[in-house]
Design a protein around this ligand. Sequence first.
Ligand code: C5P
Length: 421
Amino acid sequence: MSDKRILLIVGGGIAAYKCLDLVRRLRERCFAVRVVMTAGAQEFVTPLSFGAISGDRVFTDLFNLDDEREIGHIRLSRDCELIVVAPATADLMAKMAHGHADDLATAVLLATNKPVLIAPAMNPRMWLNPATKRNAAQLTADGIASIGPNSGEMAERGEAGPGRMAEPLEIAARIEQMLGAAAASPLSAKPDGSVALRDKSLAGRHVLVTAGPTHEPIDPVRYIANRSSGKQGFAIAAAAAKLGARVTLVSGPVGLADPPGVHVVRVEAAAEMLAQCEAALPADVGIFAAAVADWRVAEASEEKIKKGKGSAPTLSLVENPDILKTVARRGAKRPGLVVGFAAETENVLEHARSKRKSKGCDWIIANDVSPETGIMGGDRNTVHVITADGVESWPDMDKQAVAEKLVARIAEHVALGQADV
Ligand code: C5P
């Protein structure tokens, strides 16, 4: 057991509900968590819920005589290795920046001699307001650490921008980093916000990954193809293998070496890719990163088509099978978690959301592949993760970091038994 104790101060924002998950994550990592709630926080989540999850009393009142006699705000502020404020609302940040102490949370924060980490969460306009910017800068100058906010959709319909509280896993990783306790955890944060993998949490699981383009033959020497390099799919397969999974990577033609510990099945055309995916089932997780050609030539010529016959040949195209959709509808053989990709050049989120439904997959990883992004064939990627719960936008990262963060997220999901395997 870690003997590290964390005092979590929950502020009054909608993100307060995510802190129940944060407490759970911290307890999984063997931290003892004691919770203080502001009056605002109690409008969103009850102290009873935090009490049940933290396994400790929850503190809410500065002027509660029993609490003050037994523990007291000074002891609360000292009986821990780290204080975490999440969500840190604009109001709470303003109070901290100006040294207010008119409730238990702020009194504890003013009295403490321990390091403090805040996870701001608020409406984007509040975050971008010069007053909040001043307060955030003041808190940084006072030596207070901060994580987030992330960009993404807000609880308010149609609003998006910076203001979403960092995810519980990101906060947990940062806490571990601050307390030097990373070795206790399977996951830890890298400075760019990506996650390092270091355990075998996918041991005993079978992960199927597709990657690369497909080549659809026109004749024995010509084919229809696309610009996919296969780098993202190969990085995902490698990351899953590092976490101990048995990985089958079904790849179209690419110039990449087999990742260590991965069973690679090389194919050419979509029909072959589908057959090899079907043959690889059952799988616990299916990740479909291949850029499968949408069409193939109805009847590829068995001989090289000759020029100089007067007119150019007409190619008649037919639609290829949708591998993701087919596997996602495989009934009993469907992987517990099916992840698709959506490469779009416009209205990225909107198209990706509807694709998640139409393909029948659980998550969609969306990215903008307009030529100016340089993503297709390049080494970096900026993705949005779309699940039934909403959208999470990740910062620009190299493809390996995206793969590791995605696989870490999948491992967490599987560990929680959410992948129905
Ligand atoms: O329809 P679109 O190509 O945009 O869908 C992208 C997702 O569907 C990717 O996950 C891709 O691997 C998968 N896909 C597939 N088979 C197809 C077309 C797309 O598995 N024929």
